[in-house]
Design a protein around this ligand. Structure first.
Ligand code: ZN
Length: 277
């Protein structure tokens, strides 16, 4: 029996521009179309950032609402996850779209250096976002950009701000943060099993590490994340044609690892989310 893998597609992100790869979806209609193609290819979870008309990161709830509505209409059951990430956004604005009640939202449980900035997540801010998500029944995806963030997540469970069946993502390969090293990956997984034994997990490899980390996840029984947010390239020589192109690469590799893409309904069950109405 093959084991289902929840494939996350991070369609847009905060950084890539159309000049990096014209396939990066920027307007809500481009985002909905790109997500739909990725869903048809086998993605079950969409990780969403929105952009202003000049392509800069935006916090505008009306843009998030438009994308969420389009995904719900065109991709039945697909899990919608909003980014509360910080690049270019004030802390106060980062949770402004949560009242739209997406299925999930990202929650980084600590601060870290990024290539040219500090990704600031002070303890009171993290707890405030966790509390808001709990009140709105939004499942957080815990973003682990550096080691302490894993243990901070376990502390949130102890404080009652996070359910024990948390979903945790390890982000590997951002300069100044965790490197995409197999030894680090193995260590994170074994630590997770000790400190959050009921958690599910996924890892993202950034830029040239994307495909390597996808393969590690398939082999180790984790879930997978891909998408133009993390890398605009399919491999060293080619730009990705689309988000679906990157999803398809994982789908094509499933068989050799005894995996198969989870349907949206299976993904909801695996992550402990209610089925779509
Ligand atoms: Zn993101």
């Amino acid at each position: 029996m093959s084991q289902p893998v929840v494939i996350t597609v991070a369609i847009t992100g905060a950084l890539p521009r159309k000049k990096d790869n014209p396939a990066v979806p920027v307007t809500p209609s481009e985002q909905i179309e790109s997500t739909h193609e990725a869903f048809e290819a086998g993605a079950a979870l969409a990780h969403i950032h929105v952009r202003a008309p000049d392509e800069s990161p935006s916090s505008a709830p009306e843009l998030f609402a438009e994308v969420q509505e389009g995904i719900r209409r065109h991709c039945p059951g697909m899990i919608v996850q909003f980014s509360t990430g910080g690049r270019g956004r004030e802390q106060a604005a980062r949770g402004a779209m949560l009242p739209l009640r997406p299925d999930m939202a990202s929650l980084a449980t600590g601060s870290v250096n990024f290539p040219a900035s500090i990704y600031e997540n002070p303890p009171d801010f993290v707890e405030g976002l966790a509390r808001t998500m709990q009140e709105l029944r939004i499942k957080p995806e815990i973003e682990v950009f550096d080691l302490a963030m894993l243990y901070n997540a376990a502390q949130l469970v102890k404080k009652g701000l996070l359910e024990p069946n948390a979903h945790v993502q390890f982000v590997l390969g951002i300069p100044n943060a965790l490197p995409a090293r197999r030894s680090v990956f193995d260590f994170l997984i074994s630590e997770l099993a000790e400190v959050l034994p009921q958690a599910t997990w996924v890892a993202a490899g950034v830029a040239r590490h994307q495909w390597q980390v996808n393969q590690w996840c398939l082999a180790a029984g984790g879930h997978c994340r891909t998408g133009l947010e993390d890398s605009v390239r399919y491999d060293e020589t080619r730009l990705a044609r689309s988000n679906a192109d990157l999803v398809q690469r994982i789908v094509d590799a499933c068989d050799e690892h005894g995996r198969r893409p989870a349907t949206a309904a299976e993904a909801r069950q695996l992550l402990g989310l209610p089925q779509a109405a």
